[in-house]
Design a protein. Structure first.
Length: 232
């Protein structure tokens, strides 16, 4: 029996679906059958997780996600993945709330960047992900330097995420805007770009940029699949 995966999702629905599809489809493509691990999804109501960070109430975020992780554990999950980058701001608190492992997206991303022999990366995500230190500090443990866009570009990326991508709206004009931001980061010396919001891969691919892109959704979902199969 494989480990049962608990996906703590809803932040946004788009990324939660992407995790589920990646795990199930990748297993079937890789092994040629449909015996993928069992998956339990707990989808929170997204609105509080928009409001609380905006109000600086990370204590409420931690409490809410901790309770959600407990529900996944009670439902039989053997481990949990938080299907979002920004909410890893409270990863330690969520892990402390449950007795089962919470598989860190940040650790999975750090290992993936090192595997591509990249040492300086740009980070795109919500303004909380780009501006608060938790992401940079986690990747610094892997010897990585993380650069973020300038203030105007950060505001643009954040707006596109919340106004478009979380609703599944993929606009060519926004893709062009992100391409320009990537070019500015490359001009500052970055060797690759972390798509530090699980919705950004819906908009941007390596074919759009010409530099390595680190799809955090795929990286984290792959880590979950391998862990469930006892392969990593």
């Amino acid at each position: 029996m494989y480990k049962r995966i608990g996906i703590l999702g809803g932040m946004s629905p788009e990324s939660t679906v992407a995790y589920y599809e990646y795990i199930t489809r990748t297993y079937t493509e890789r092994y040629g059958e449909y015996g993928y691990p069992e998956i339990i999804i707990y989808s929170v109501s997204f609105q509080p997780y928009v409001d609380w960070p905006a109000e600086g109430r990370w204590d409420l975020v931690a409490s809410g996600l901790g309770q959600a992780a407990k529900r996944l554990a009670a439902a039989g999950a053997d481990f949990v993945v938080i299907a979002t980058n920004t909410m890893h701001r409270v990863y330690d608190e969520v892990q402390a709330a449950v007795d089962i492992p919470v598989l860190s997206l940040l650790d999975a991303v750090g290992a993936a960047v090192l595997a591509r022999q990249v040492t300086t990366v740009g980070l795109l995500g919500t303004r909380f992900t780009m501006e608060q230190p938790f992401y940079r500090e986690a990747l610094a443990a892997y010897g990585l330097q993380v650069l973020v866009p300038g203030a105007e570009d950060r505001a643009y990326v954040d707006r596109v995420i919340y106004d478009e991508l979380v609703a599944g709206r993929i606009l060519p004009a926004s893709r062009a805007g992100f391409q320009a931001i990537v070019e500015r980061l490359v001009s500052r010396g970055v060797q690759g770009i972390i798509l530090g919001c699980t919705e950004i891969p819906l908009l941007l691919t390596e074919a759009d940029t010409g530099v390595p892109l680190f799809d955090t959704t795929a990286i984290h979902a792959e880590a979950a699949l391998r862990y469930a199969l006892d392969e990593g």
